[in-house]
Write a protein that binds this ligand. Structure first.
Ligand code: PEP
Ligand code: MN
Length: 263
């Protein structure tokens, strides 16, 4: 179902009034983790002001260490809903199991399956039954084929509102958090009709690299970006070093416009 042979024309995923996969480049921005009402409100305002179309923020955080901040859970989802309404932006947050999916679908407009859960087949099937738009991130060490087959699990349960997201893969390189696989963009476009985003924040792990990788992603044909934006990155509870501050996000959006127009 995910293949070009099955469906020739590009899929456009609608999240409220935002269309992903059409002509425009859609930017999704917001903090890694939802920390407080004030933090998400400020991030939402900036995202909106600079031309971002959807607000992101994690309420359930699958962290490497069990002692790291795990997210505000349902309280966080409530904050997201308030901030989204306040800024007039649709919202997306990661789900990690069926219980969090159930909760997130009550509060938000779209869900995300993170890299660590790309092959959580029960979760993929549950999202497939849920009929809510979903961002499916590429697994840390997943091949493009494995990633597309994970998407197939969702489509085969009846949900075709799937957006893929390249977020960097594990390689021997340690200078960046992950290695951004830019070639995945045209390859996925060749193989599938689904839209594809790039997450330059998790791909690089470094805010100073986010702008150039964003431009590269758009030039390579990405349908949009998923960017971490925090009002005060140095105080972030999660992923501060890779988060753009409001000024950084503003510059990114300005410099992205001509690249987006050119392709
Ligand atoms: C995220 O987007 O917040 C996240 C945890 O990303 P990933 O699953 O790609 O590591
Ligand atoms: Mn993060």
């Amino acid at each position: 179902l995910v293949s070009r042979e099955a469906k020739e024309e590009n899929t456009i995923v609608h999240v409220k009034d935002v269309a992903i996969g059409g002509d425009a480049v859609t930017v999704i921005g917001g903090p890694c983790a939802i920390e407080s009402v004030e933090q998400v409100m400020r991030a939402a305002e900036e995202v909106r002001r600079c031309g971002g179309k959807i607000l992101r923020g994690g309420a359930f955080k699958p962290r490497t260490s069990p002692y790291a901040f795990q997210g505000l859970e349902e309280e966080g989802l409530k904050i997201m809903r308030i901030a989204g309404r306040f800024a007039g932006l649709p919202t997306v947050s990661e789900v990690i199991d069926e219980a969090s999916l159930e909760l997130a679908s009550q509060y938000l407009d779209m869900v995300q399956i993170g890299a660590r859960n790309m092959q959580n087949f029960r979760l993929l099937q549950a999202v497939g039954r849920a009929r809510i738009p979903v961002i499916l991130k590429r697994g840390l060490s997943a091949t493009i084929e494995e990633w597309l087959m994970a998407a197939e699990y969702i489509l085969s349960e009846g949900n075709s509102q799937v957006i893929l997201c390249e977020r960097g893969i594990r390689t021997y390189e340690t200078a960046t958090r992950n290695t951004l696989d830019l070639s995945a963009i045209p390859l996925v476009k060749e193989l599938s009709h689904l839209p594809i985003l790039v997450d330059p924040s998790h791909a690089t792990g470094a805010s100073r690299l986010v702008k150039s990788m964003s431009k590269a992603a758009v030039a390579a044909g990405a349908d949009g970006l998923l960017v971490e934006v925090h009002p005060e990155p140095c105080r972030a509870l999660c992923d501060g070093p890779q988060s753009l501050d409001p000024e950084g996000f503003e510059v990114l959006m300005k410099e992205l416009a001509p690249v987006a127009r050119a392709v």
